[in-house]
Design a protein around this ligand. Structure first.
Ligand code: AMP
Ligand code: ZN
Ligand code: ZN
Length: 347
């Protein structure tokens, strides 16, 4: 096998590109895919302060490395979820990456800063562990970016993540969620811009990139995620990909180019500030504050509120911004109401 770019010995084959690459040109190919994504969706401007959410896994660390390499002003954000050893190891890896590169790192801890951890939330609350974890992440990412004066949050979602989420949405015809599938969501009142610069890069490719770049990362999956619907959709996509290389990319990237416009057209619901935290929401309290109150056994609302039940009823129709922005957890209740939004650069 020869490298497509230099005809030297190849170290990696990429069947969907019908190509093989040497280490140097593989890294350049991935970088090119990310630059293309950034350009196509106008994800980042020079001078933007970028906050990249890093879990300690291959994707988000690869993204941090790529954005630093491309010369962006980028800080990391690590959120401690309190998932035992797994979280401790992830935190170590992220800290070491930041130290080695001299890159700034913002650290938030769910237990320290919000009073609960993910395992407790999964046991106590009414939502599944993955749902409450996803909700907490989206809330904290947005909040940390606003508090730190960042223009944009970047996450390490890769092509496999996005294809699996779209597959799940499509299997259930969640049209409002399908309409929101975009690698770049513009800022709105109280919500920072959110981008996924790795959406053209497969999971195998981000792993190879991290390996070739010598990035130390936590290999194991979150121990709480086993059997998660999203993982099963990924396996299903991979089964198809094995016999028909390129299907995953055709499905997701084809959707962005030709499908997503067909689902657009719903208007964004009106958002107001959450009465507890001030983050935008369609109800009185945002879903993060509601979930948190439930987990901690706290009452939401002022003393004039007659009962929790009335509060709950008042909130029944709520759509929260984090769900609006990235309601991609298959096990999370679908956002209610008309929630479509248009991107600045929709295909
Ligand atoms: P996941 O929801 O675990 O599939 O992760 C999706 C993206 O969210 C990752 O690529 C990261 O950008 C970000 N992320 C996940 N977990 C964390 C964490 N504990 N701290 C900061 N960012 C995270
Ligand atoms: Zn080469
Ligand atoms: Zn709130």
């Amino acid at each position: 096998m020869k490298c497509r770019s230099c005809r030297g010995p190849a170290v990696i084959e990429v069947p969907r590109h019908h190509a093989a690459f040497c280490a140097e040109h593989f890294v350049a190919m991935v970088r090119g895919q990310v630059e293309r994504a950034i350009r196509r969706y106008r994800m980042l401007e020079r001078g933007d302060r970028v906050l990249v959410a890093v879990s300690g896994g291959k994707d988000s660390l690869a993204l941090w490395d790529l954005l630093l390499g491309l010369g962006y002003d980028v800080s990391g954000l690590y959120l401690g979820l309190g998932i035992g050893d797994y979280s401790a190891r992830s935190h170590d890896v992220v800290r070491r990456f930041a130290d080695d590169r001299g890159a700034p790192l913002v650290e938030v801890d769910l237990a320290r800063d919000h009073g609960y951890d993910v395992p407790t939330a999964g046991r106590v609350g009414s939502r599944s562990t993955c749902a409450v974890c996803g909700l907490s992440k989206r809330y904290v990412f947005n909040r940390a970016a606003l508090d730190g004066g960042f223009d944009v949050v970047a996450t390490g979602h890769n092509l496999d993540d996005e294809a699996a989420t779209l597959l799940g949405n499509t299997l259930r015809w969640e049209t409002a969620s399908i309409a929101r599938r975009s690698p770049a969501l513009p800022a709105a009142d109280g919500l920072v811009r959110k981008v996924k610069p790795l959406h053209r890069v497969s999971e195998l490719e981000t792993a190879a990139y991290a390996f070739l770049r010598g990035i130390e990362y936590v290999v194991e999956e979150c121990p709480l995620v086993a059997g998660n619907t999203q993982l099963r959709y990924k396996e299903a996509m991979n089964a198809i990909e094995r016999t028909s290389p390129g299907t995953k990319a055709q499905f997701f990237l084809g959707f962005l180019e030709r499908g997503s416009a067909l689902f657009a057209g719903e208007d964004r619901p009106v958002l107001g500030p959450c009465e507890r935290c001030g983050q935008p929401t369609t109800g009185r309290f945002c879903a993060f504050c509601r979930a948190r109150a439930q987990i901690l056994g706290e009452r939401l609302g002022s003393p004039r509120d007659p009962s929790d039940r009335e509060v709950a009823e008042a909130l029944a129709d709520e759509v929260l911004p984090v769900e609006l922005y990235d309601g991609d957890r298959p096990d999370e209740p679908a956002a209610v109401g008309s929630t479509g939004r248009r991107d600045r650069d929709a295909p």
